[in-house]
Design a protein around this ligand. Structure first.
Ligand code: SAM
Ligand code: DTB
Ligand code: SF4
Length: 346
């Protein structure tokens, strides 16, 4: 992605970022919306759909995650899906209006034969005219290189929180491990999708710390998912206090100001958000969502509710990079407008 130098910085300090968080809400949203319009069409939202290709029984201990083998969340484990199932799901996502298909596996890191199968999935999804994204856990340099060679577009690997709070949430892999994987992904020429989770009981200082780590990476991640914790019964974080929705909006706005040319995804946690909170998130510069009734193992807003929301807000789906390969691809029903300044015309 072309990153003009003027407002792309990699030298953020936590104090400076806390200063952004402390601005008056109006001033912060004005700055975020101005940054957004410098780099993106004002009224477009990138649409991704998720599929869990291998579910549950993960050896890691991430305290937020329903898929860790250490917590009894009642989740049924599933082996790696077969290729036809993935292809069908990708077609359905494309026909529903998604332009990117993100496949997630509950692994610490993929093993050799598993990666071969996942590479076949990447080819199949590309053939359906969709951009591809994978999240499989840690990768070594060779695995990242193979995925790049296979034509994968994005690799998702989150930093999740500030380095200090991360240690409270995950003990089985370090922040350094994550940074190392992100380095391999970048060096393999893949686009990086990297963000975090808020609403895990962290402080504002931790949220600022996460955003500093993301923005001070050698390149800004091309995609920055900001997840609100989905509290799942059986996980250690099931009873953590929820985050003030306006603080969530501030987090999105600060991410937009710090990484103005990155796509910021309003990611997990939308089922519990009002339409008004989501509208403020879009105003704060969020320009991507997960679309479809499921995330990986938890619910996402119903597709019909999202169509209605985009339409009410005059937002249109952003065109996908591989759209030409998919003659049958259709925009999100009822939201076909793609002009810069106008919204959905349906
Ligand atoms: N196992 C791989 C890994 O952790 O890198 C890939 C799958 S993992 C489920 C992908 C991301 O989902 C995690 O990094 C985390 O940010 C997010 N996630 C997991 N559980 C979540 C929850 N309950 N609420 C919000 N985000 C969650
Ligand atoms: C990301 O940052 N959020 C997505 C995606 N990357 C893989 C995952 C959200 C998972 C929410 C919990 C679940 O559905 O299991
Ligand atoms: Fe495993 Fe990923 Fe869940 Fe952590 S977030 S327990 S690594 S599936």
């Amino acid at each position: 992605m072309n990153q003009p130098a003027a407002d792309i910085r990699h030298d953020w300090t936590r104090d400076e970022v806390l200063g952004l968080f402390s601005l008056s809400f109006n001033d912060l949203l004005f700055r975020a919306q101005s940054a957004h319009r410098r780099h993106f069409p004002a009224n477009e939202v990138q649409i991704s759909t998720l599929l869990s290709i291998k579910t549950g029984a993960c050896p890691e201990d991430c305290k937020y995650c329903p898929q860790s083998v250490r917590y009894d969340t009642g989740l049924e484990r599933e082996a790696l899906l077969d290729l036809d199932t993935v292809r069908e799901a990708a077609r359905a996502a494309r026909d529903g209006g998604a332009t990117r298909f993100c496949m997630g596996a509950a692994w610490r890191r993929p093993k050799g034969r598993d990666l071969d199968k996942v590479i076949e999935m990447v080819h199949a999804v590309r053939e359906e005219g969709l951009e591809t994204c994978l999240t499989l856990g840690m990768l070594d340099a060779e695995q990242a290189r193979r995925l790049g060679e296979a034509g994968l577009d994005y690799y998702n690997h989150n930093l999740d929180s500030s380095p200090e709070y991360y240690r409270e949430v995950i003990t089985t892999r370090t922040y350094e491990d994550r940074l190392e994987t992100l380095g391999h992904v970048r060096e393999a020429g893949l686009k990086v999708c990297c963000g975090g989770i808020v609403g895990m009981g962290e402080t504002r200082d931790d949220r600022a710390g996460l955003l500093v780590e993301l923005a001070n990476l050698p390149e800004h991640p091309q995609s920055v998912p900001i997840n609100h914790l989905v509290r799942v019964a059986g996980t250690p974080l099931e009873d953590v206090a929820g985050l003030d929705p306006l603080e969530f909006v501030r987090t999105i706005a600060v991410a937009r100001v710090m990484m103005p040319a990155s796509v910021v995804r309003l990611s997990a946690g939308r089922t519990k958000m009002s339409d008004e909170t989501q509208a403020l998130c879009f105003l704060a510069g969020a320009n991507s969502i997960f679309y479809g009734d499921r995330l990986l193992t938890t619910d996402n807003p119903a597709a019909r509710r999202d169509r209605a929301l985009l339409e009410r807000l005059g937002l249109a789906p952003a065109p996908g990079a591989h759209a030409a390969a998919a003659p049958e691809a259709s925009p999100v029903a009822g939201c076909g407008a793609r002009s810069e300044r106008s919204g959905c015309s349906a």
